[in-house]
Ligand binder design. Sequence first.
Ligand SMILES: Nc1ncnc2c1ncn2[C@@H]1O[C@H](COP(=O)(O)OP(=O)(O)OP(=O)(O)O)[C@@H](O)[C@H]1O
Ligand SMILES: [Mg+2]
Length: 506
Amino acid sequence: MTQLYLNHITKLIAGQPLFTTDQLTAQTGDRVGIVGANGAGKTTLAKIITGTDRDFTGQRQLNAPVVRVPQIAPTQGQSGGQSMLARVRQALAQRPEILILDEPSANLDDRHQAWLSQALGHFDGLLLLISHDRDLLQRVATKLWVVDQGCFTQYNGTFAAYQTAKQQRDANEMTQYQNQQNDRRKLQLAAQKKREKAHRVRKGNRKMSAAERSNSRTLREQNAGRLERNAHDLAERAAQQVTTTKPHTTAGIKLVATDLPPVTGKYLVNVTDLTLKRGKHQLLTRASLRIRPGERVALTGPNGSGKSTLLDALLAHHAQTHLAASARIGYFYQDMTALPADQTVWQVMSRATTLDADRTRQVMGAFGLDAKFYDRLVGDLSGGEQVKLQLLSILVSASNLLLLDEPTNYLDLPALQALADYLVGYPGTVLFVAHDQTFRQQVATRTVQLTDHQLVDPQRTAQGVPASDLPRLRFEYDRLMLDPTADTAKIRALREKIAVIQRENG
Ligand SMILES: Nc1ncnc2c1ncn2[C@@H]1O[C@H](COP(=O)(O)OP(=O)(O)OP(=O)(O)O)[C@@H](O)[C@H]1O
Ligand SMILES: [Mg+2]
């Protein structure tokens, strides 16, 4: 039975179109994945469906009551993951005919993620699942509503099938575009040659006598004219050649690391015999952890095992933790309520930044917050945009030790990649918690697991330098090359190290 029908919905914000929709329909038993970039309008569409947002044009038909679990809610002392789980459980228990979940897997550990995808797989109403989580989408969604360049369209297939189809389509468009560009260049070149020839014919041969020149003038003029008409035709054809516009590509931006306060000492972080409790829960028992400057450590462990509490202890300079005197902490904790809702994006950034305005804009742009966001109020931002802003305000501050607690939630793929690139190129030290495994593998030089109240390194025996270190080494190499006092042996060693990694990784 058709439960939901949307037809050519158009949503304007401040007079500008945010999105339109094709005909979208969903039946009982459908599990619709709603996917698209941060700020594309997914949460707004959900509000239109529930009737919270009535400011739109087009047809909306709803045949059953809806329950919506929103993206962001106050956490009331629970961890982010626990709070989301509680809200999802509560919603499922109501057995709604239509259920909308907005980013339900944020902050969940592997075990709870598995629970979630199973629970959703058994849901027998109509499920609308807004998510950036590739694994969850693949496991749960039976079809998709994809918002791309301002339009929601329906795709009948799984997320993986959609991705393959999209890659194929993008590649085809790019090939077609490039072929057309090549043809156009060839035609332009041919036209140019004809024009040059016409010019030579008109001028005549230098060795001609005055009489010959005068006799052949009409003929030469005729030939030149013909060549010029040919050239004109070719140029016309060249102009008609390009029928497709340049395919839209999302820019992958490489960031250069900024000047950071220098670090002295062998360890930046030194934790010894740390015991932590929360209420009656024992979290750590005489645990130890040492982090060297330049390391990027992923902290893993189940929900509620104490990862955030450990970061808090470092931040609070707990007696059993020691930070190098030169350490300047940049701390990210996903608490949306920490941002001032009534300030503009640019106000927040200019208060936080230690970079000049140009660099600040550049870093913001890499994460998709470009000029059109500067005057926007924080309270109007989408979930992902708020995360970006909070992250950016930390990345542009002069810190050499980043403590990042779940920075990947709500981020779309380009932003996730921009963050990974930034961290891999970052010359400071990072201790981070992220449930996204791909992200961890990309960024971490080392993993520390919180198990049995201890901090253990499961890959203690791992040898060699991971490929993810390459950008950092290249950065160091470039820096030394520019430094006239740098030790040449050191430069050579670094160059060899880079070559080895490149060889090992093809
Ligand atoms: N008053 C406003 N003026 C300008 N832009 C606005 C205003 N209110 C909302 N927006 C913008 O509308 C867009 C839609 O937001 P929405 O929350 O629907 O996105 P989303 O797809 O859910 O994104 P996310 O994946 O980050 O959750 C955002 O870019 C937001 O900044
Ligand atoms: Mg949203």
